[in-house]
Write a protein that binds this ligand. Structure first.
Ligand code: C5P
Length: 323
């Protein structure tokens, strides 16, 4: 069976990857750029309910609120949005979102015709610089939240300050701190400098909701992936896709994820909006993607035909899971 067929059934191992991807994984393991020192165990298969409860408990959504140093001295308590992200969509008696769609940027979503279905959700999450214009039939055109990595803020080629991709939506940025999460060290040397563009953007557009994920949140997600995988996973943060899925599970009652676990349209085309081919985008080299996807498949409540035809996974929101 191919790696993707194995993913549909939820049993994967790095041995199924091409020699090139296996070598890349090995290089990231020996580099250990973020100084990961994992002390937890590795559980044998938990039931999907146990896994959901562990995620609900470990993956408490957390953004920088300016209460910790060095951010408190820098006045971030007044810089960040007044309402926490968890509260933003629960004002005035609202109960958060009922249905949500997470749209990955995978090439496999091309020619899917999923646009209308995606837009029918209460909220839609998209990633980084993924456009809707020109692709509405396949990816829809509604965007409620956009998760952006620090490269989007730091690299001038993305035109973060002027592009319409980053306007009229809730923005959530992230950057990997060292595994031990020393905020002083992180502030002094982030992977890509997101701090000054964030501050500038907050000053210019104070009414646009814009958050920075707490790096502890990102590594706690990583811990759950490693803790539920027998193999040693890449010591690098989870992909934006995994982070976005868990974020929406905290804000929505039901989450549909599109083309994270690939459909029959699986392709080496990295992004639907770019002519660049690399299987690493789908199966992982830097990010522990294969293991993230296997974990998500284990909590999928939708049928296999949704996976094959739509690349669609159905997940319960945390508010509906009683642990
Ligand atoms: O590449 P980028 O991080 O912007 O894509 C957003 C997310 O979509 C990724 O973090 C990954 O989780 C998912 N993705 C995927 N397969 C691809 C491309 C992206 O699963 N071929």
């Amino acid at each position: 069976a191919s790696v993707v067929q194995r993913l549909w059934r939820g049993s994967v191992s790095s041995g199924m990857l091409s020699p090139r991807l296996q070598r890349a994984m090995g290089d990231y393991l020996s580099a250990n750029k973020h100084h990961v020192t994992y002390k937890g165990g590795r559980r044998a298969a938990q039931s999907s309910r146990e896994l959901l409860c562990e995620l609900k408990d470990q993956a408490r959504l957390r953004t920088l609120d300016g209460s910790e140093q060095p951010f408190s001295s820098l006045g971030w308590a007044h810089l960040v949005p007044r309402l926490a992200l968890e509260q933003l969509y629960r004002q005035g008696g609202q109960r958060g979102f009922r249905s949500c769609a997470v749209v990955t940027s995978a090439g496999a979503i091309l020619h899917s015709g999923l646009g209308k279905e995606i837009d029918s959700h209460d909220a839609v999450l998209r990633f980084n610089a993924a456009p809707t214009e020109g692709y509405v039939r396949d990816v829809g055109n509604k965007t409620t939240i956009r998760i952006i990595n620090s490269q989007i803020l730091a690299n001038p080629k993305n035109h973060f300050n002027t592009s319409s991709l980053y306007k009229k939506v809730t923005l959530v940025a992230w950057d990997p701190a060292p595994y031990a999460v020393n905020l002083h060290k992180w502030y002094a040397s982030p992977d890509y400098n997101l701090f000054s563009p964030y501050v500038e953007h907050r000053r210019l557009h104070p009414t646009q909701p814009f958050y920075v994920l707490h790096p502890k949140y990102v590594w706690q997600l990583w811990d759950v992936i490693q803790g539920n995988t027998q193999e040693t996973i890449q010591p690098n943060p989870p992909s934006s896709g995994f982070i976005g899925i868990l974020l929406m599970m905290a804000l929505c009652e039901e989450v549909h994820v599109y083309e994270y676990i690939p459909s029959l349209r699986q392709t080496d085309l990295c992004h639907y909006h770019e002519r660049y081919y690399d299987a690493a985008c789908t199966l992982g080299a830097y990010h522990p993607l294969l293991y993230e996807k296997s974990l998500v498949q284990r909590i999928n409540t939708g049928p296999e035909r949704d996976l094959k035809r739509k690349g669609r996974v159905t997940l319960p929101g945390f508010s509906t899971v009683n642990c």
